[in-house]
Design a protein around this ligand. Structure first.
Ligand SMILES: [Zn+2]
Ligand SMILES: [Zn+2]
Length: 68
């Protein structure tokens, strides 16, 4: 099921995600599913969005690639 442990941001015991970047366990409130990283890494990276590793071209303002 889910990972056992506490969210390393808010310490709540209901964590479901592991940050792809720093590897810490976080709850859904502290995980950015788009970026695949925790909120701390999101902040470090500057902004959310961008599925790649910075090799993507800038997207038009206000337009995201959300379509499934
Ligand atoms: Zn949390
Ligand atoms: Zn992280």
């Amino acid at each position: 099921m889910s990972v056992s442990g506490l969210c390393e941001v808010c310490q709540q015991p209901d964590v479901d995600y592991t940050c792809d970047r720093c590897g810490q366990l976080v709850c859904d409130r502290h995980y950015d599913e788009e970026a695949g990283v925790c909120v701390e890494c999101t902040a470090e990276l500057g902004r959310s969005g961008g599925a790649g590793e910075g090799s993507d071209e800038d997207l038009p303002d206000g337009v995201d690639t959300y379509e499934l």
